[in-house]
Write a protein of this length. Sequence first.
Length: 419
Amino acid sequence: MLDIHRLREDPIGIEKRLQSRDPSIDLTEILELDEKRLSLIQQVEERKAERNRGSQEVGRLKKDGKDTTKLIASLSSLAEEIAHLDDELKQVSARIDHLLALLPNVPHPSVPVGAKEEKVVLRSYKESPLFDFPIKHHLEIGEEKGILDFGRAATIAGARFPMYVGMGARLEMALIQFMFFYHVKNGYIPVIPPFLANSESFFVASQLPKFADDVYYCEKDDLYLNPTAESILVNLHRGEILSLEDLPLNYVAYTPCFRREAGTYGEDERGLIRVHQFNKVEMFKFTAQETSYSELDQIVADAEGVLQALGIHYRVTLLSTQDMAQQSSKTIDLEVYLPGQGRYYEVSSCSNCEDFQARRGNTRYRPAAFQKPLYVHTLNGSGLATSRLLAAILENNQMKDGRVRIPEVLKETVGAEFI
RNA sequence: GGAGGGGUGGGCGAGCGGACGAAACCACCGGUCUUGAAAACCGGCGAGCCGUAGGGCUCCGCGGGUUCGAAUCCCGCCCCCUCCGCCA
């Protein structure tokens, strides 16, 4: 949620920056309503002050045993007037809130302007491996070895639900465990949160109202299934005033993630690339305002650390304005290379949402004793998303003899060197 | 799911139709005293919104209602605690 004051102060500048994300954005209505709202506030508050004075007078008169019927009658009609104005004010405010809730965050000046293709590759790690034999798609490897069973998963749940079996399940679990403890060792507070959340939580996360169709919803209990732990963790300090000494607060959570992924998929998203359910270890930071961009670098570095430990070639990209999630000001992705299809896939997305979510969740901190509380900045970063990571391991580590090499750091947990 | 009790400022907790944005205590900040600190004493200390300002409005879990006036009364919902039921 953007600050209406910010729109008021620089309507043209903010509108221009928002249009770099979505050219159809138009702030005219919201600004008009804002003016109307301010004038209504003044009118209604003036009358309320009058009512309060009158009501106190009633108390005094009654105490002195004097007649109050006349005064009460006039206050009665004043109360009616107030009720009307309050109604109007409520309607105008609700409309403003609705329009405001649909607006994306203001992009950071360093974010490249434009469509998806405008993203910038910042750096990369290792080279993509060279193979002197015909390479296989991870789905082929998975089915051959009986470690991925999409067929039976479809019987149980439907298309695009993965099922890991045997070595597949062992490798997936080992990855989750390795990543979780990797971040714990780096000082992140480990959390296993609820996997379902209410609508208020999803509003704070900015999943609602705009992206309701992307998530699974249990109507009977009015609960949503977690699409990313970001949606859950951002609510961890809702309504709280944190103390500066506690910042940054760093959390790491493991959750399965559920996404409806309604719509069509291309051939290049077969297998584990785009599924309704996947596992993810997520980092989340609540920071002071001045440090959020250095913390963004840190969260990216922590995510990269996992890929480096696994020894997988990847690249780091800076997303363009039109490719970022609504709540983000700046997003940096990590992409692994899948030789089976000769292209890169996102395994981590690290964002600084500045105060966009904190404003919705009313999460603040006091910069110093007796100073006004400020909104925290919230950052999220996958560290990392594993169905795609498992696919990356299967494809990158395949060998001429058909076996797949287990990364050094996972050998012990998996209990094998090769699949 | 059923019965009862409860949700008040950073914490604890009083208030249960007007004098209450809210006592007391703790925490915190400033001062006096002290070589310094502690103790003691004095003072300060919630948040949001509107207004150039003086000032005003709103907030006692959330949402409605009654009333000239609601933390206080009524209705609905949420959460916590105790007991019962069910259950991995």
